[in-house]
Design a protein around this ligand. Structure first.
Ligand code: PAF
Length: 287
């Protein structure tokens, strides 16, 4: 059934909308976003509507997850467009659009930290990022009290961090990881793709090409993580524009590097194309 979208900007009104939905026996899903929505987000919203009856999409550019030299002020925003997309999707009941003052009326004294996972991979260049994500997601979980929350597999480290936080802190939320949505040439959809020049955009699919090579090698039986990492690195380094940040093979649960591929693993990459820093990954269960 096509849903009619409401926009709610205060915590109190959102709580009362969720209370009413729950009192009518409806299961609640949350899709946390920072807006500037694209098809990747819409696939999260669609999945949320399959998982639950009442879908809340939060749109909040969270200052806590931006470092000092990261461009919070220039992060792309277009609320009207976001609301139009959510309304047209027919899968969202409420767009929760709080202000910074509503979410952070006073400076926080309490934060959620997962240092061993937050310092790995992207955490090396973005040291405060995952504490900011974990803290705002905890606040959103407290505000919405969803039964289910949907996150993109594209942000693989974020997904691992949230899953671990939910497990460690016994949060009663089922975290669902939703497959990455890609452009036709394989580039993962991301709000940050708007930063790419025409030439950079043409080169950016090298990340997916390198990861696809890795997936095929693993499917052919390769279990040596060093070989996979070396092959992915070589392919990205051969590109004349990409500046590689990292390639790593890690255990999905802990984000610890692995030397042998076994169980739930992720091959994760990050690279700069001009000023845009793009990430991508593949997540596999290896027998
Ligand atoms: O993935 C994002 O857009 C953000 O990190 C999230 C989960 C909405 C928290 O601000």
């Amino acid at each position: 059934m096509t849903k009619t979208l409401s926009q709610i900007s205060t915590i109190e009104s959102l709580r009362s909308a969720v209370r009413e939905a729950k009192s009518n026996g409806r299961k609640v899903a949350l899709v946390p976003t920072m807006g500037y929505l694209h098809e990747g987000h819409l696939s999260l919203v669609e999945e949320a509507s399959k998982q639950a009856d009442f879908v809340v999409v939060s749109i909040f550019v969270n200052p806590l997850q931006f470092g000092e030299n990261e461009d919070l002020a220039n992060y792309p925003r277009d609320l009207d467009h976001d609301l139009r997309l959510l309304s047209a999707s027919g899968h969202c009941d409420v767009a929760f659009t709080p202000s910074v003052e509503e979410m952070y009326p006073v400076p926080l004294v309490t934060t959620v930290q997962l240092p061993s996972m937050a310092s790995k991979l992207c955490g090396r260049t973005r040291p405060i990022h995952f504490a900011g994500v974990a803290t705002v997601v905890t606040k959103l979980f407290q505000i919405v009290q969803p039964d289910v929350a949907c996150f993109g597999q594209k942000d693989g480290q974020q997904l691992a961090v949230i899953r671990r936080m939910v497990k460690d802190l016994n949060m009663p939320v089922n975290v669902v990881g939703v497959p990455t949505v890609r452009e036709e040439d394989g580039l993962a959809k991301s709000s940050r793709n708007v930063y790419l020049s025409k030439e950079e955009r043409e080169h950016a699919p090298v990340l997916y090409q390198a990861l696809s090579w890795a997936k095929a090698e693993i499917e052919r039986g390769q279990r040596d993580a060093t070989e996979i990492v070396r092959g992915v690195r070589e392919r990205i380094e051969q590109d004349s524009i990409a500046r590689l940040d990292y390639v790593e093979a890690v255990e999905m649960d802990t984000l610890e590097s692995v030397s042998v591929l076994s169980g739930d693993v992720m091959i994760a990459v990050a690279a700069y194309f001009g000023k845009a820093r793009l990430i991508d990954n593949i997540q596999l269960h290896v027998e």
